[in-house]
Design a protein around this ligand. Structure first.
Ligand code: 16G
Ligand code: ZN
Length: 533
């Protein structure tokens, strides 16, 4: 049965603050770090139960608030294949986190264990990590109390990136099987990525140095070790690597800053030379945005959509060159935020699907292709190779040297890409490989298509829950009549497109608009926002 005494005793040390409601959302639990102690304790127990439910498979726990300000923190669970927690458990997590006190927590646990039919005699294994936030250490202690309370065989992966933690979960669960994903350590991860990278760029012209803005977060730590592994094959210049400077994390730097402000992090203005490539990671290194300055020092951004276009077109070419056209189908998954010009570019080359915002939707849709490329415009994305495709690529007999070369590249790409989740460092190497193969500068990559001018605004409303969407969040079904008014406005703008959706991470409604001319995109966004307000 449930070790009630040990849970009771430890739970009393991690009381729930009154008047706070926690919610396991798209990014797990996320709020001010000072409020999260009890949540971490309870998540420790929940992770143990999830592992027991799945017969002792390893579950991951990541303590991070990604691109959020430094005082925030958060926690999310990772399922055995390295993927996001199954959605049905999100509600259980929310219910347990909100139990008012120890007795109601224990009774909620009891009910949950019965309903979910969890066999408590099963083993529980968890691997956990945190980013560099100052509140992380204490929160990890609370998490460890949760493990202790229910009895979990827990492995501390220390301070590392979110994608490394996802990788570890998958590597631990496949260890010793024929599907072994890789050595189950950060070193194993770095050797796998850098080994594949070196094979992929061998014989290509040397790559010019790349500036990497690490958002003063954990990407700087793992990125520095990666740089050592890469040596001369990719000279990396780390900027914003001040992981211990108070207040520096994500402050005027990082992928979210660049994407939302559409400008250079001020700290790079004296470093970046015209024509040179640079990229920004976010605070836990699962998002990546590239950019460069043109010869007039004008800033140009290469976001998740541009990465998808670059990578998907390259993979399609390799599949063709390997003689596998028609046998391996490549597809792309985007969200409504994808720039209309990227959707047009991609649709002319391969199947494109649009899904609601959030990594789990993109990931699941991408699994339906033989090779599924997914990227959110914000820079989160990866490429998935189906098990069938993996088998095909490892067993296929090429009939010409050219086919053999292309096949070798596809096999190395499978190792280079972190297929568990979007991974800024892995994606960065992927981009560099394609640039090396195509001999593209940042300017040439940028010219694949021109972004349509766009504007994103947020609107604070009384109740964002009245906003309900359909068609992958591109249309509102509620409040009644509002979509018709939006349609009517959009019709008046050349190349106009606009949609409204409630945020899953903030108490706001987001309005996105595109038009052929920038001033019109701005105007459309603000007029639609006026309808919502
Ligand atoms: C979370 C999601 C991200 C999404 C963003 C949207 C994960 C791991 N992350 O950060 O994919 O783009 O939320 O936020 O799922 P919003 O709902 O506030 O617009
Ligand atoms: Zn992140």
């Amino acid at each position: 049965g449930l070790p009630v005494d040990s849970i009771q005793h430890l739970s009393d040390e991690h009381p729930k603050p009154v008047d706070v409601h926690f919610q396991y959302g798209t990014a797990g639990f996320r709020t001010l770090g000072t409020l999260l102690d009890c949540v971490l304790f309870r998540v420790g127990i929940l992770a143990g139960l999830r592992s027991k439910k799945l017969d002792g498979k390893v579950i991951g726990v990541m303590v991070t608030a990604s691109h959020n300000p430094e005082p925030d923190n958060g926690v999310k669970l990772v399922d055995p294949r390295g993927e996001m927690l199954e959605s049905s458990w999100e509600a259980h997590a929310t219910a347990l986190a909100n139990a008012a006190d120890t007795p109601s927590f224990i009774s909620a646990l009891d009910t949950f264990i019965k309903n979910a039919k969890i066999d408590l005699s099963k083993p529980a294994r968890v691997v956990y990590a945190r980013d560099t936030r100052p509140s992380g250490g204490a929160l990890v202690s609370a998490l460890e109390d949760g493990f202790k309370a229910i009895g979990v065989d827990a492995r501390n992966a220390g301070v590392t990136t979110t994608p490394v933690l996802h990788y570890l979960v998958k590597a631990m669960n496949t260890k010793g099987t024929k599907d072994e994903y890789g050595e189950d350590s950060e070193g194993g991860y770095l050797r796998k990525l850098s080994g594949a990278f070196k094979k992929l760029v061998s014989g290509k012209a040397p790559l010019a140095p790349l500036i990497v803005d690490c958002a003063n977060g954990v990407g700087a730590i793992v990125g520095a070790t990666l740089a050592e592994h890469l040596g001369d094959t990719l000279p990396i210049i780390i900027e914003n690597g001040a992981t211990t400077t108070p207040g520096a994390l994500n402050n005027h730097c990082g992928a979210d800053f660049v994407k939302t402000q559409q400008k250079l992090p001020p700290s790079l203005s004296s470093v970046l030379k015209p024509g040179q490539r640079a990229c920004s990671l976010d605070g836990d290194a699962d998002r990546l945005i590239y950019y460069y300055l043109d010869e007039r020092s004008v800033f140009h951004m290469l976001d998740g959509d541009k990465i998808a276009a670059l990578v998907a077109a390259f993979i399609v070419e390799l599949v063709k060159a390997a003689g596998l056209e028609g046998r391996i189908n490549v597809g792309v998954v985007q969200t409504a935020y994808a720039n209309g010009a990227s959707t047009k570019y991609l649709s002319e080359r391969l199947p494109v699907k649009c899904v609601p915002t959030g990594v789990k939707h993109l990931h699941h849709a991408a699994e339906h292709y033989d090779i599924g490329v997914y990227f959110e415009a914000n820079g989160h994305g990866t490429v998935l190779f189906s098990p069938e495709t993996k088998k095909q690529l490892t067993s296929y007999e090429p009939s010409t040297p050219a086919q053999s070369t292309a096949l070798g590249h596809l096999n190395n790409l499978m190792d280079l890409i972190n297929q568990t989740v979007g991974d800024a460092l892995s994606d960065m190497l992927l981009v560099e490989v394609v640039l090396a193969h195509k001999s593209y500068s940042a300017v040439e990559w940028d010219s694949l298509y021109s972004d349509k001018p766009n504007r994103l605004v947020k609107v604070v409303v009384k109740d964002r829950n009245i906003f309900k969407t359909e068609d992958a969040e591109r249309r509102l079904v509620s409040p009644p009549g509002l979509q018709a008014k939006i349609d009517e406005l959009v019709r008046r703008y050349d190349g106009g497109r606009s949609f409204v959706r409630p945020s899953g991470t903030e108490d706001v409604v987001r309005v996105y608009a595109e038009a052929t001319v920038k001033s019109q995109a701005d105007e459309l966004a603000f007029r639609v926002a006026g309808l919502v307000y």
